[in-house]
Design a protein around this ligand. Sequence first.
Ligand code: F6P
Length: 312
Amino acid sequence: MESSCCAVPERISLNYHLFHRAKAPNDLRHLILDISRAAKYISYEIQTSESGLAGGTNSSGEKQLKLDVLSDDIFRQHLCESELVSCYSSEEQEEIIELADNAPYSVVFDPLDGSSLVDVNFAIGSIVGIYAGDSIIGRKPSEQSAALYVVYGPRTILVYSTGKGVHEFILNDVGEFVLLREFIGIGDDAKNYSPGNLPALSDNEKYKAVVQGWLDRELKLRYSGCMASDIHHIFAKGQGVFTNVGGSKYPEGKLRLVFECGPFAYLMEQAGGKASDGTQSILDKEITDLHQRTPIIIGSKNEVESVCAALS
Ligand code: F6P
């Protein structure tokens, strides 16, 4: 029995799942629900906005915000109204933003990952990490209390973990996130690969050899250019490897520890996969700067380990 007063519903909502299955503390449950509400508004804006990345004017002559700025505002509004967030850091902002005094959580997010793909109508996403307490600098991604991402594609999908497995929800027609799959697992071997920062191949011989190895072994290329969608591909198929490693232009690769790599490392390890910067776990890297970049090799354990060995 999951509840003394209600029968187990036919459709498991995000709220029900957080409460009965993940047994998340109430504050954390409410915060994740508030974030999921922000995602619904972002999903709506992506579907209905007539402007792309650059913003513009709609058919009535009204000025529209760029979608990434708009998404940042939507997050801010929902985090602020929750009264559960003492501070947050967004990929769109230089500094930490203080919100409610003595509130239990700090939140980090990329409100619209892959926003340059809006114009080509590819799937894009939001990525979120939640830390207990009122600080972000000096923390490690292993300290996250929860992480989640949303993919806005033909369907809007939300995937979360509070440290008790990784669970996937779909936004239905009445605006509710309902359970699709629980306890997503990642197999140890990869059949698909997603190689980011490919210009680095021109001056990183080891990375070039890794990619050549995937071609030789006839792994399948699955890469869209949006980290959230590309990593969701790994969660959806239960295997794969995603990389973004350095070359001379971006010595640490292109991705950010705080907003992108940290939350995905937490989710991937919860699902039985692995996330490394080549020498250490992403989860153990200390946050020293909000916008610090890190190389990342993430996905099926055996493939991540063999890529790290080849890069070292
Ligand atoms: O950080 C933004 C982002 O679009 C990620 O979502 C994506 O993985 C990466 O940049 C793409 O990098 P590249 O252009 O090197 O493939």
